[in-house]
Design a protein around this ligand. Structure first.
Ligand code: NAD
Length: 263
């Protein structure tokens, strides 16, 4: 299937490792010109090297802390200046800390809002004028399965990420006349560096091995395994492509069957 991504300009936020990196590499592999950001120049350099090694392609890297709206905005502005256009925006960042409701202060809520809602909204607002100009655009938000099935002990994620779905549904309608499509993907348990370190921390606290922690997670998944970052990336790349032309306002899980609801 030709995805029609050759020459498209794709911006992927939070992409020095994990799901963002995998999405960036997959988009580059399909011939898109890709810009990535994260907080650390060294990590970005390593990520760009990985993509170059796997695809032979060069990506644009930009240091930006997505908690800071000026830096989130600058990522889009400067990438757009370099490439002269923006066709695809993938919003992504790290997750908020785990914990139950009574353990968080107002400041914790504001930080989670900035990281997992506001950064995306700011980047979208910056990218939309470029997409309107080209009368073509794809916005894909990486959220979490927690927007369909709230996860125990992750109240910040459960609450703040749901707002992203509301935003995407509103934008899908507002931007449809410009052929700008807006969708969300919801990863379930997916084996990234972060998940490996969370497993190691949890193992140390609960007197188990990281393998035992991961096995417990896998047993909650009908497919009985963790997802691979590239399996999530394949969905994002499809939604970012020409071929997904009639899909907008959708929220799609890539979770091995973890979500137990009907829709
Ligand atoms: P990760 O921590 O491995 O990667 C996050 C990326 O975002 C990294 O490149 C990191 O440098 C960057 N980042 C983090 N904070 C940033 C900031 N303030 N400014 C700029 N860049 C920043 O995480 P991941 O496992 O790849 O997950 C990506 C997203 O998907 C997270 O929001 C995570 O909570 C969510 N998610 C992941 C899973 C999973 O199983 N991996 C499941 C559900 C949801």
């Amino acid at each position: 299937m030709d995805l029609g991504l050759k020459g498209k300009v794709a911006l992927v936020a939070g992409a020095s490792q994990g799901l963002g990196l995998s999405v960036a590499a997959s988009l580059a592999n399909e011939g898109a010109r890709v810009a990535i950001c994260s907080r650390s120049a060294d990590n970005l350099k390593a990520a760009a090297k990985t993509i170059k090694k796997n695809t032979g392609l060069t990506v644009l890297t930009m240091v930006a802390d997505l908690m800071d709206t000026d830096q989130a905005r600058a990522f889009v502005q400067e990438s757009a200046e370099q490439f002269g256009r923006v066709d695809i925006l993938v919003t992504n960042a790290g997750g908020p800390p785990p914990g139950v409701f009574m353990s968080f202060s107002e400041d914790d809520w504001l930080k989670a809002f900035r990281l997992n809602f506001l950064s995306g909204a700011v980047m979208i607002r910056e990218a939309v004028p470029y997409m309107k100009k080209g009368r073509w655009g794809r916005i894909v938000n990486i959220t979490s399965i927690s927007v369909k099935q709230p996860l125990d002990g992750l109240v910040l994620s459960n609450a703040v990420r749901s707002g992203v779905i509301g935003l995407a549904k509103s934008l899908a309608k507002e931007l449809a006349e410009y052929n700008i499509l807006v969708n969300n993907v919801c990863p379930g348990y997916t084996m990234t560096e972060r998940v490996q370190s969370v497993a190691a921390e949890l193992a140390a606290r609960t007197n188990r091995t990281p393998e035992e922690v991961i096995r417990d997670w896998e047993l909650q998944v009908p497919l009985k395994r963790m997802g691979k970052p590239e399996e999530l990336a394949d969905m994002v790349v499809f939604l970012a492509s020409e071929r997904a032309g009639y899909i907008t306002g959708a929220t799609i899980q890539v979770d091995g069957g973890f979500f137990k609801g009907l829709m």
